[in-house]
Write a protein that binds this ligand. Structure first.
Ligand code: M6R
Length: 609
């Protein structure tokens, strides 16, 4: 959470930093701020709320410089307020810092800085201690002062610091929070993520844990923990800045929902050889490795966890290996049975989710082989995994994940198919049939999108409901969880998902007239059972919206509305069934006047525990 940006060039730092912050706003939008060294002093402007608020207070302000640092905040320590906003400065304003992460021993450091140096703290944040620590060690060399300060800190951080006496330099450091340096012609950037600088640079260095970067307009120097210069390959970014623009849509979420056909196709194409075999380029796992796995853990958070629920059923069905799915924050603190015959699959759009990353490290330590499904190339999860299956969804900006989910499902299918085939459990006919089902998905998703007006009108009818349930069986049960999460995170409606067969064990008590129920019935072999469950709900007076494959008429007779999805093999319907749920959540949030791309209390990338 939180986004940091630093620019070092000839001039125009204010514009570059603000522009970069706008592209990082998905990481947090509780407040924003900027610091520039001007005439031997550091000038800081910061404001609570979105970056637009900061822009208002600086629009007539002619302060500018050749370098600067900025921050967009997702509050952890201290409420969102002007004073808790970054940048934070030391006592005499000669040092300023921006920080993403949490300094775990900040209370101890605060006590020490107050008692031994008489420092009075202005904010409630953990981050302010960093500015004071650098301040007490500073004797004209910012790089050395940052190194000394870091020695005393515990926790996770990406920090960028500037000093009034060295107005041509930014020093940044990383531990367990993302940091990328971008190389331009006569200027350089440092930031939490690539989109912050993509308008200006295409060549980037990924900074590793415990590395420090010293940035001027002419150079980017990366140092390891021992203080030695590190040689790092430049990575060329192939996507352009337009991929991170709204492209005429009102919201990134709607744009990203519409990008799903292309993203699904891209994710598939990249892993299929011309003869339709699965292409394992860059994957080191051998057939022998695969044959010896006797257990799989899929670990992720939020939407990625929901992709794991579908992945579990698919892998078990096709490859006959027991699969456990867990949320990363729980997995970390249990005693999972891991050995060298365990395959650990981490799923993460950002590749920076701290819980997922720590769970992965834990599994690796215990001997598991790690395969990850990741969207952001070069992210921490990708770099720390043995093998990576990338989702080729392109940048996902809206906090509510859509195209990342459907492409994660595609990776799950490909992994399951590959395992099943290698183990001789999926014969040629089944393999070809599933593959042709997968290839047909982009056009089928497109046809659901072409019918979005119907979903909009359903959303207009029901957007005032305050109790919405999502139920389904088998693969539909996993999709129900995703539909419910989409609705609650962007419309703030109290929503709940449950396996349909489990309703009668308690939750059916809530099925009264004020309840709205989404009943997913796309699984042919469970269809009749689902119809019975829907009848039980209808008997209690709840309003019901069914989701079924074309032609399943029985559902229409017992529900208030039915949304039909194109005919498809049961196994791939999650990719189709989720699309109306994404659209429903979007239109409901719009009717309720919610901030769709930046819902309250959330951030896109959760890099704290
Ligand atoms: O980047 P990750 O996929 O690891 O993120 C995991 C969750 O934080 C994320 O899916 C979250 O639940 C989304 N806001 C859901 O729309």
């Amino acid at each position: 959470m939180c986004g940091i940006v630093g620019f070092a060039g000839k001039d125009g730092a204010k514009e570059k930093v603000i522009d970069g912050l706008k592209r990082l706003e998905y990481r947090g939008y509780d407040s924003a701020g900027i610091a520039l060294p001007i005439n031997g002093k550091i000038e800081i402007r910061k404001h609570v709320g979105e970056i637009a608020n900061l822009e208002k207070i600086i629009q007539d302000d002619d302060f500018d410089s050749s370098i600067g640092i900025g921050h967009t905040r997702w509050a952890t320590h201290g409420a969102p307020s002007d004073v808790n906003s970054h940048p934070h400065a030391n006592r005499d304003n000669s040092i300023a810092i921006v920080h993403n992460g949490i300094i775990e021993n900040y209370i101890e450091l605060k006590a020490w800085l107050s008692s031994d140096y008489g420092i009075k703290f202005k904010s409630d944040t953990d981050s302010e201690v960093i500015a004071h620590l650098i301040g007490i060690y500073y004797d004209g060399d910012l790089h050395q002062a940052v190194n000394k300060a870091v020695e005393q800190m515990r926790g996770a951080y990406a920090i960028a610091a500037i000093a009034a006496d060295e107005p041509d330099k930014i020093v940044a450091v990383r531990k367990d929070a993302p940091l990328v340096a971008g190389q331009g012609d006569g200027f350089n950037f440092i930031a939490s993520d690539i989109p912050a600088m993509l308008k200006y640079v295409r060549s980037v260095y990924f900074i590793e844990n415990n590395e420090t970067v010293v940035l001027t307009k002419d150079s980017i120097r990366i140092y390891n923990e021992e203080g030695k210069i590190v040689k790092r390959e430049l990575y060329h970014v192939s996507w352009n800045a337009d991929a991170a623009e709204k492209d005429g849509y009102d919201h990134f979420m709607m744009k990203e929902i519409h990008e799903q056909p292309k993203a699904i196709e891209e994710t598939l194409v990249r892993r299929l050889n011309p003869d339709d075999s699965i292409n394992l380029d860059g994957i080191s796992m051998t057939k022998e490795d695969l044959e010896q796995f006797n257990k799989i853990y899929i670990v992720a958070c939020g939407t990625a966890y929901h992709a794991g629920l579908v992945g579990k059923l698919t892998i078990e069905r096709m490859a006959a290996i027991p699969v456990e799915v867990d949320v990363a924050s729980e997995f970390r603190y249990r005693e999972p049975f891991i050995d060298d015959k365990t395959l650990f699959i981490a799923i993460s759009q950002s590749g920076e989710t701290l819980d997922t990353l720590e769970a992965l490290r834990e599994a690796k330590k215990k001997g598991a082989r790690v395969l990850s499904v990741v969207n952001v190339v070069g992210s921490s999860v990708a770099r720390e995994s043995d093998d990576v299956f990338y989702t080729w969804a392109g940048p996902e900006i809206a906090v509510a994940s859509t195209k990342a989910y459907t492409t994660q499902l595609i990776c799950m299918y490909l992994i399951a198919l590959y395992m099943g085939r290698t183990k001789g459990l999926v014969d040629d006919t089944r393999y070809e049939s599933i593959l042709s089902e997968l290839k047909a998905l982009p056009a089928k998703v497109e046809s659901i999108l072409n019918n979005k007006k119907k979903i909009e009108s359903i959303a207009r009818k029901y957007y005032k409901r305050e109790k919405v349930f999502f139920v389904g069986r088998g693969l539909d049960s996993g999709v129900s969880f995703e539909g419910s999460l989409k609705l609650k995170e962007i419309s703030y409606i109290n929503s709940f998902a449950i396996a349909a067969g489990e309703l009668k064990h308690g939750t059916i008590a809530l099925m009264e007239e004020d309840a709205l129920v989404f009943a997913l019935a796309t699984q042919d072999f469970l269809y009749e059972k689902m119809v019975s469950n829907v009848k039980e709900i209808a008997a209690r007076g709840a309003r019901i919206i069914g989701v079924a494959k074309e032609g399943r008429k029985e559902l229409a007779e017992i529900t208030d509305e039915v949304i039909y999805i194109p005919e498809a093999d049961d196994i791939v319907t999650p990719v189709l069934a989720v699309v109306p749920l994404q659209l429903f959540a979007y239109y409901v949030a719009k009717e309720r006047g919610c901030n769709i791309d930046k819902p309250k209390n959330l951030a896109k990338s959760v890099t704290v525990e």
